[in-house]
Design a protein around this ligand. Sequence first.
Ligand code: MN
Ligand code: MN
Length: 318
Amino acid sequence: MLWARELIARRAPVRVRHVVAPRDELTERAKAAYFGLAIGDALGATVEFLTPNEIRHQIGVHREIIGGGWLRLKAGQVTDDTTMSLALGEAILAHGSVDAKSAAEAFDAWMKAKPVDIGNTVRRNLVLFRKTGIPEATFSEHDAGNGAAMRVLPVALACYGQPEKDVVFSNQAQAHVTHNNTISDAACETLIFMVHDLFAGRDLAEIRQQRADALVSRFPVFAFNKKRIENPSGYVVETIQAVFQAFFSTETFEDCLLDVVNRGGDADTTGAIAGMLAGARYGLEAIPKRWLSAIDGKTLGQCSAQATGLLALAGCAT
Ligand code: MN
Ligand code: MN
């Protein structure tokens, strides 16, 4: 299946850039995306809620995984962005597909285990799920935080190669547990399709046009070519704007993450999302060894196992 799809995806005018075993490369990119998520989360958490000026005064350029921050993390410790993704990935693997009830139960168990941080919308709607048993939050114009977008990677992995409408359906199953919101959905879907395109080795200019610019066409609020976003809030629009500015203006994994986390604000979440995209784009070899070795070993093991397990679920076993 993968071979056929890659051939279709790479048909002219897309240039075939490398002739290597696609499945091995896919697994490597999947692991890199998951490691990137964890690295961006751990790196950004140190400066979460600081302004760029505060970062400059306190640290200079923030470039090492040192823990601390308002959560007083150990160096290499990750936050909700990574642990909710892992909880969702476990639920998808256990159920065999993305399922709203399984996801809600996994998130609820995650919340019971007292995570180091938790978003307000996530908490409110999980408390409601606990009361009602309904794994879908009520539609809300206000629930446009980045809490669903930060945890899309396991869906992207489990749905790799599926028709777009099925991917959209699967994402909504997980996202609506806490964020039932049109803007959040659009952001989640765009991120998932970008991860798929990056896995397939598609041309970056095309990805920008067909995914990022297309998102802006549908929802102009996401326009990211105007002013530089600094101190991005937890509003998913600002998150995506900061991530896209960093992702499309840099040429290495490291530069992308340094760019985005030094903007401060919700830096662990912009870091996690940018790290996911950059991992998928640049692959394992491009991840600085000092960052990889700084991340808690158990977390890395879970990321790696889920990357292969979820791809296998998608029919892309190595
Ligand atoms: Mn977090
Ligand atoms: Mn955050």
